[in-house]
Design a protein around this ligand. Sequence first.
Ligand SMILES: Nc1ncnc2c1ncn2[C@@H]1O[C@H](COP(=O)(O)OP(=O)(O)OP(=O)(O)O)[C@@H](O)[C@H]1O
Ligand SMILES: [Mg+2]
Length: 317
Amino acid sequence: MSTATGPAVSTDRVTADRAERDAPPLVSVAGLAVALPTGPRTEVQAVRSVGLEVHRGERVGIVGESGSGKSVTGRAIAGLLPGTPRVRVEGSIRIDGREMVGAPPRAWDAVRSRTVGMIFQDPLTFLNPVMKVGAQVREAIAPARRTGRRAASDPAVLATLEQAGLEDAARIAQRFPHELSGGMRQRVLIAIAIAKQPDLIIADEPTTALDATIQRRVLATLDETVARLGTSLVLISHDLAVVASMTDRIYVMYAGRVVESGATRDVLERPRHVYTRALLRSVRSLTDAGEELWSITPDVRRGIDEAVAGGEGHRAT
Ligand SMILES: Nc1ncnc2c1ncn2[C@@H]1O[C@H](COP(=O)(O)OP(=O)(O)OP(=O)(O)O)[C@@H](O)[C@H]1O
Ligand SMILES: [Mg+2]
């Protein structure tokens, strides 16, 4: 005999999950390789053969040490790699069923205006320093919006700022970016990212530059906002605790490759790849001392390189 509540609810949830997972993915990346120029005749293979999927409403984490290719992967999915012919992108990036590798800039503009929003680590490089925040949010809502009223009193602008956790929206809308605290600026970026109600937000280290308390609050805002809007999330972070609490599935990157992927809890509780295991050990042993995370001894790294060369590590998801 089943109990009255628990199992029924979880069965519904499982069924809903399955329906979501059976639908075509919102983003489907296969065999992605990205080479970036580092000098007149040199380039770096930043990403090699990455495969990744994001389903509607799903939250996906990408973790890995510095230089492993997380940001390049995220930028590739948002069509925001540097726009020079020397940037070589190979493989497939399907967004909402459409192949985007080799698509013209116009097609990427359409994707960014409807489907994919991105939040970066450093809001000041993204925000226009000489434009008031309200006007920047209005531009994100509708580039040619002319309502005859100031952005700071435009209800759509204020509602968007409020949705991103900025309560005093009318006052904040009249400020320039440099007049706001780091936490507020990052919320403005969240507001700009959600302004078009995209299907997916890619957040690349969205809070790394903030102090710990503000970090938690901004992440809570991001968490609530994507939950409320049903937006999919790709969260790129060094911080395994953050990824553990905010994502359903996780991809672990090492040297431009995905070395392990699966349900977040499975991967973190039962890591299969030697790199993931080393990563978790290094994080656990060093967090208390407050030292650099992700530091891996040369010995362990040799083992990892051998395992990566041998193709160890994947599970069905
Ligand atoms: N614009 C660029 N031009 C040339 N090389 C780049 C560029 N951006 C990244 N790279 C290189 O590509 C590789 C992957 O970088 P990426 O920024 O994706 O790493 P990451 O995993 O995001 O690291 P971090 O955790 O430090 O942000 C690195 O070798 C990096 O030096
Ligand atoms: Mg990065």
